[in-house]
Ligand binder design. Structure first.
Ligand SMILES: Nc1ncnc2c1ncn2[C@@H]1O[C@H](COP(=O)(O)OP(=O)(O)O)[C@@H](O)[C@H]1O
Ligand SMILES: [Mg+2]
Length: 274
């Protein structure tokens, strides 16, 4: 396995209190890795620190063997793009201008805007189905449209490594699948390394080659969904009772939560807790 990103004895947090201590995590190159874990466990913090948006208290993050904090931000941005959770765009910015920002790392005083930049921007808007929204200002879009505009910006950056924090939040089911299919295709056809945070364990199991389950500032488990997603893991990581079976279409782990609700088969009522 080749490693795209590696954390080396990484400690990160916000104030005195560290969220992760001495974390050693390897993210395989050319695969889709999904971080899962309960709210507040540190998924965004970890993703942001990999993207060099947070400075570690100790340890380092290696991008292709090089310490990201010793590289320039432009050099990092040419290799790795990030879609943060709830990104904020300047007021009045149009969709087209936002997506064009993705090309920023590829420009310099020697290399101005080229035909290639236009092509990448158009392709990213096409892939996320926002070409028609190009002249709208980002702050007037619906949550889902805005999310797709940000994803387009990240794709326009055209990096080998793509980090996305909850890219499917705000999206209806059709658009969730469309975005995940798109990332899957980028991985399959262009060998992009995708690292994302997802909440839906069933979709995570379908799309991820590698799942990193995070709990209490540590990696609780890491591996193929079919090897690690069990009701014991779901209970330990999320504190939830569930049944894990196979996705009827994909054969991947399919987690069905217990809880209340309308159980319409009397014989099943004792199992469901309804
Ligand atoms: N900018 C910040 N300053 C201080 N604490 C923060 C900040 N961002 C997140 N936290 C805290 O760090 C913990 C992990 O947050 P986060 O990484 O956003 O979790 P997740 O993405 O898994 O829901 C939470 O307790 C959260 O309140
Ligand atoms: Mg988060």
């Amino acid at each position: 396995m080749q490693t795209a990103v590696k954390t080396n004895g990484l400690s990160i947090g916000y104030t005195e209190q560290l969220l992760f201590e001495d974390l050693n995590l390897s993210i395989p190159r050319g695969e889709i890795t999904v971080f899962v874990g309960s709210n507040g466990c540190g998924k965004s913090t970890l993703l942001r620190s990999i993207a060099r948006l947070l400075k570690p208290s100790a340890g380092s993050i290696l991008l292709e063997g090089k310490d990201v904090h010793k590289l320039s931000s432009k050099d990092v941005a040419k290799k790795m793009g990030i879609l943060p959770q709830s990104p904020i765009s300047p007021e009045g910015l149009t969709v087209l201008d936002l997506v064009k920002q993705g090309r920023y790392p590829h420009q310099s005083w020697l290399k101005r805007w080229t035909e290639e930049d236009t092509e990448k921007v158009e392709a990213a808007m096409e892939a996320t189905r926002i070409s028609d929204l190009r002249d709208r200002t980002v702050d007037t879009l619906s949550g889902g449209q805005r999310q797709r505009a940000w994803i387009a910006m990240t794709l326009a950056q055209d990096t080998d490594i793509i980090l996305l924090d909850e890219p499917t939040t705000y999206l209806d089911m059709t658009h969730q699948i469309e975005i995940l299919d798109l990332l899957f295709e980028l991985n399959e056809k262009k060998n992009r390394t995708v690292v994302m945070v997802l909440h839906d364990l069933n979709l995570a199991s379908r799309y991820a080659h590698n799942i990193v389950a995070i709990k209490d500032g540590a990696v609780f488990s890491q591996g193929k969904p079919e090897d690690i997603i069990t009701c014991e893991l779901v209970h330990a990581v999320f504190g939830m009772e569930c049944q894990v079976s196979k996705d009827p279409l994909f054969g991947t782990p399919h987690c069905i939560p217990f809880g209340r609700g309308r159980c319409i088969v009397p014989e099943l009522r004792s199992h469901t807790g309804a």
